[in-house]
Ligand binder design. Structure first.
Ligand code: FAD
Length: 552
């Protein structure tokens, strides 16, 4: 059997190596139009930033290794121009010699990835306007910074925008990030990425949110970016990071079906409407594991898994792709934000019933040196407790918690299961009651109606008059910051001062992170009052709207 693969990086290289492991006899030809196969796209921002100093480290599986170890026929600088499905050939141009030829296949795998989107605005192709996709782009950016670039405008605050911004700061560049949404990292819920934005701002990144770039002009030396809010920014360089579009031209012109967002349509074995042609990676439309709907989610993990599944199926194994869950992480200046499953805003948009809780635990035992705070948000079904999504932001241990929750979500687990999961523990690694267990306890407690929760949105200034907001923290905490209109009764005095809490209104109790508020809620509920605990305490309130500080 002869398998031809178009695209030799994440999905393509995974498929090629897997075919060889399963079948020693097949012939595998990989066409890659770039200079290297199997490079680390995800490492490119860190090479630009000088964190990865040695460019050779980006070459995950160099051509020679793929040839020697896996006996793959890897042809770089080779652009596949068209597919002839009747003849079962691809037409290829060698970009070094300009020679063109046909190559026959029995099975074809398309793994061409996705190209950075360039919005149709004036000046988008000016010198000094860059995108970052491959080694060549990284070299150009690296060299531009080395030539003494002092300022940069990054358009788009998604993963790549955030990572590029951080890395340009590492190189001493003044960075402004422009983002159309009113938050960075739009797939997350806004309050869960505000700490990361603050951290980036504290390291000098300037943000313009709720605005897009509408025009770029040059005076020969500098670029001027005009924004939709009427402002302008002068800069030495512009990096576009406004998303990617599936590379589907080969597939389309060969009559392979593509979805409404341009992704190549496949079945669960990654097979297109031509059973001899498979497609994997950023170029394909995927099923959202959480909703069952078709979507595009360009991530490295799914691309690699899909490559493996296509290879399995070609070699006679019935592997299937389960869909993409959207598990992702991004970091900047030591901080990380991670998520899996559905966000609250997606759940709202899709009108899926959900409940949420916030906790703010330390990443390991608080008494052990180096404990750092994190915020964990858990979204779950109010009817059966099934986990719908989770997000976390903090310093250390964010990845570990979201990874555990990603597995729990895929396994269809509930918040009641999280109460029971047994995770490794020693003080320098976690807590005997790990944040995962804590999230389970809190969420399950809500569903059992042991302690109803309220949220920052319930404490807006125009809240109903019959809501009594009770701060149960210490005097010092109260003096430092409080929720407007709250009454202060420290938890330790609550039982003796219970008569001060009205019986005819609902009390929302809060503390710093939710634990004392929970105890207060239990006391109030058992006294016959209607009560709820502000989930995540004043810390969640501050993350949501930052309006707390200052006494009144
Ligand atoms: P690619 O890896 O892009 O490979 C496609 C290859 O096909 C390209 O090299 C292209 O040259 C080649 N090709 C295309 N058309 C042809 C043709 N006609 N003939 C020959 N060759 C062709 N994902 C994460 O999960 N985590 C991260 O931290 C992360 N960071 C990223 C950072 C950057 C800067 C970038 C650009 C991406 C990042 N990603 C990250 C996304 C991740 O890299 C992609 O999801 C993944 O590489 C997709 O794999 P793929 O095989 O579909 O496409």
């Amino acid at each position: 059997m002869k398998v031809v693969i178009v695209g030799g990086v994440a999905g393509g290289a995974s498929a090629a190596a897997r075919i060889r492991r399963l079948d020693e006899r097949s012939e595998v030809v990989v066409f890659e139009r770039g200079e290297e196969p199997s490079f680390a796209n995800c490492g490119l921002p860190y090479y630009v930033g000088g964190v990865i100093e040695d460019r050779r480290k980006l070459l995950v599986a160099p051509k020679q290794m793929l040839t020697d170890r896996h006996r793959l026929d890897v042809r770089t600088h080779s652009n596949v121009l068209s597919i002839d499905r009747q003849q079962k050939t691809v037409h290829v141009r060698n970009l070094l010699t300009n020679q063109e030829y046909d190559e026959a296949y029995d099975k074809l795998i398309l793994a061409p990835g996705a190209a950075p989107w360039r919005p149709d605005i004036t000046g988008i192709n000016l010198p000094g306007v860059y995108t970052l996709r491959d080694l060549k782009d990284a070299d150009v950016l690296h060299a531009a910074v080395a030539r003494g670039v002092r300022s940069a405008v990054v358009v788009g605050a998604g993963f790549i925008g955030v990572e590029v911004a951080e890395n340009l700061v590492h190189r001493g560049v003044q960075v402004t990030v422009i983002e159309l949404a009113n938050q960075i990292l739009p797939p997350w819920d806004a309050e869960m990425v505000s700490p990361l934005q603050e951290q980036m701002a504290s390291r000098g990144v300037h943000f313009v949110l709720g605005a897009s770039a509408t025009q770029i002009v040059t005076d020969g030396e500098q670029l001027t970016v005009t924004l939709s809010d009427g402002g302008t920014r002068e800069t030495d360089m512009v990096i576009l990071a406004v998303g990617v579009r599936p590379e589907n031209s080969l597939a389309k012109s060969a009559g392979i079906d593509c979805g409404p967002r341009g992704g190549i349509v496949t079945n669960e074995h990654m097979q297109t409407n031509d059973p001899d042609i498979y497609a994997v990676g950023d170029a394909v439309e995927v099923t959202d594991f959480n909703t069952g709907q078709k979507t595009q989610i360009p991530l490295a993990g799914p691309a690699n898994r899909q490559g493996r599944i296509a290879a399995d199926h070609i070699c006679g194994r019935p592997s299937t792709y389960r869909g993409t869950q959207g598990t992702a992480i991004v970091g900047a200046f030591g901080m990380a934000a991670a998520m899996t499953g559905l966000s609250e805003k997606q759940l709202r948009r899709m009108e899926i019933p959900h409940e949420r809780i916030y906790i703010h635990p330390s990443h390991h035992a608080g008494y052990y040196p180096g404990a750092r705070p994190m915020t964990l948000k858990l979204l779950f079904s109010p009817s059966d407790g099934r986990i719908l999504g989770a997000q976390a932001v903090g310093w250390d241990g964010v990845d570990k918690r979201i990874d555990v929750l990603a597995i729990a979500l895929q396994a269809g687990m509930t918040v009641y299961d999280l109460e029971e999961v047994e995770l490794c523990y020693a003080p320098q690694f976690g807590s005997a009651k790990d944040p995962i267990n804590m999230a389970g306890f809190v969420a399950a407690g809500v569903l059992r109606e042991d302690h109803p929760v309220a949220h920052a949105t319930d404490l807006v200034s125009e809240r109903p008059e019959d809501v009594f907001v009770l701060d149960v923290r210490t005097q010092g905490e109260w003096d430092a910051a409080r929720v407007t209109g709250a009454t202060h009764i420290p938890l330790e005095q609550l039982r003796s001062r219970l008569h001060e809490v009205p019986t005819d209104s609902k009390t929302i109790a809060y503390c710093k992170v939710g634990q004392r508020g929970y105890l207060a809620t239990r006391i109030l509920l058992q006294s016959g009052r209607a009560a709820a605990n502000l989930s995540g305490g004043i810390t969640s309130w501050q993350m949501a709207n930052g309006e707390t500080v200052g006494g009144d």
